[in-house]
Design a protein around this ligand. Structure first.
Ligand code: AMO
Length: 444
């Protein structure tokens, strides 16, 4: 008989179904055995009257939590069953895979009369056995949410004539800054892992694609041990032509994020509240915008925060965190666009105005940067000069060529998908990634 998902089986009272999944819980009493079977759609109780099935004695005695089983049985309505008032009364049970005793505790287990309390394993221990950790309801929800997130953004952009591209991750020159790049052996020379698709997004503009996006891996050789940095993450990048200013880029981003959060709330708002205790807030547009120096002045006035003078060209980590409080109190908003970063803190490819101010921004959500965006410099001579000033012109020669044979004005931004997931659900980046990569972590 064809296997059905648990969520569908629960609706088939009176019918005989086949369900397959993990043993989520196992409870044995004198006359009864209760198995909770979990698949990716839900959980169902399998109720076994031992007297009726002496032939399963051995099978049940050897069954362990997290084993994988297949069950054929009748779906029965029973008000005493906590899980949806439905159980399955099995006529066949088979064990597909027996689980050994688990090497991690995914949750703290309270003390009983016979056993001491078991502490929850640390996130690092859990990552060692991530596939087991990922079986929890919370973790599976996290990746369902991320799927909706990326899918909503993809749909939004496809509806607006964006083309999806896939750019190389093995590249000949560092795109963001030479310092944070992983070098790899490439036959008899050196290559680098892409720090962003930046150069190729812009090549697509020079190719006349007008509007593109890409979602893919991004590598950063940063020795950071924070709750929001990783050496490999998933970027969601886009670029589009014929903009009039960076404001067009910011508008595109706020509309994209608002649409995405609306979809996430619709699909999983309730479950997120239940399992993560977080409200999904669909923002209003336009998002508030503040100049970096005005933000520093406001943080000093409101909260007495004074940043070191030499760091005021960029947003300090403390200011980034405090900006959430400020955005909420001043604008009643979770997002804050910050503009007016100093030239020496921004990449050479950002366009500058007559005063030399980079035409870019960072977007801060819940006190963490999720995006950098900008209008790009598309005029070859100026771009070349800006690259020279940063001592990069030799390395980026191939990139500068993109602007010699006609290129529309354009801009774009890059979003960190893992950071968004982490902020949405209020967990650390290690918890939010399928498999975290950091300075000390290359396995599993
Ligand atoms: P930026 O370097 O700001 O911009 O990166 C874009 C976004 O990627 C995420 N991010 C990270 N996430 C986790 N760990 C990290 N180490 C990490 N570093 C960055 C953040 C960040 O905002 N080319 C530009 C984008 C553009 O201008 O289009 C760029 O890469 O969410």
């Amino acid at each position: 008989m064809e296997r059905v998902y648990v969520a569908d089986a629960l609706k088939k009272t009176g019918e005989t179904v086949t369900v397959r999944g993990f043993v989520d819980n196992l409870r044995d009493s004198k006359y009864m055995t209760f198995i909770v079977l979990k698949d990716i759609t839900g959980k169902v109780q399998i109720t076994i009257e031992k007297e009726k099935h002496p032939e399963w004695e051995e099978l049940l005695a050897g069954l362990t939590g997290d084993s994988v089983i297949s069950v054929v049985g009748e779906v029965n309505a029973n008000d005493y069953v906590k899980m949806g008032g439905v159980e399955i009364l099995p006529s066949e049970i088979s064990v597909d895979s027996v689980a050994e005793a688990l090497p991690i505790a995914r949750k703290a287990i309270p003390a009983t009369k016979k056993k001491k309390e078991v502490e929850r394993s640390s996130i690092d221990q859990r990552i060692d056995y991530r596939w087991i950790d990922l079986r929890t309801d919370e973790n599976q929800l996290m990746f369902k949410v991320q799927t909706v997130m990326v899918n909503a953004m993809r749909k939004f952009l496809l509806d607006r004539n964006f083309i999806e591209i896939h750019t190389p991750k093995l590249i000949g020159a560092a795109s963001e800054s030479g310092a944070d790049v992983f070098a790899v052996e490439y036959f008899d020379r050196q290559a680098y892992l892409a720090q962003s698709p930046q150069f190729y997004k812009q090549m697509a503009m020079a190719a006349g694609f007008e509007r593109i996006f890409e979602t893919g891996p991004v590598f950063r050789a940063e020795k950071s041990y924070t709750n929001r940095h990783t050496t490999e993450f998933t970027g969601f990048d886009l670029e589009f032509s014929y903009i009039n200013s960076v404001k067009d880029v910011m508008k595109m981003e706020e509309e994209l994020l608002t649409d995405m959060l609306r979809e996430v709330k619709e699909a999983y708002g309730e479950q997120i509240k239940e399992l993560f205790g977080k409200e999904v807030i669909v923002p209003t547009t336009p998002f508030p915008v503040i100049d970096l120096q005005d933000l520093y002045a406001a943080l000093e006035k409101e909260y007495g925060y004074v940043a070191p003078e030499e760091e005021k060209g960029d947003l300090t980590t403390e200011a980034e965190q405090l900006s959430f409080r400020y955005a909420q109190e001043k604008f009643g908003h979770e997002f804050l666009f910050v503009t007016g970063y100093s030239v020496d803190k921004r990449p050479f490819y950002h366009m500058r105005d007559e005063q030399g101010m980079p035409q870019g921004y960072d977007l801060i959500w819940r006190g963490v940067e999720i995006t950098t965006g900008a209008q790009r410099e598309h005029r070859y001579e100026i771009l070349k000069k800006q690259a020279q000033e940063k001592g990069l012109d030799q390395d980026v020669q191939f990139y500068l060529e993109f602007f010699r044979y006609g290129c529309p004005p354009h801009g774009g931004f890059g979003l960190g998908v893992d950071r968004m997931t982490m902020l949405l659900l209020d967990v650390s980046i290690k918890e939010a990634m399928f498999l975290f990569r950091g300075p000390n972590r290359l396995t599993p």
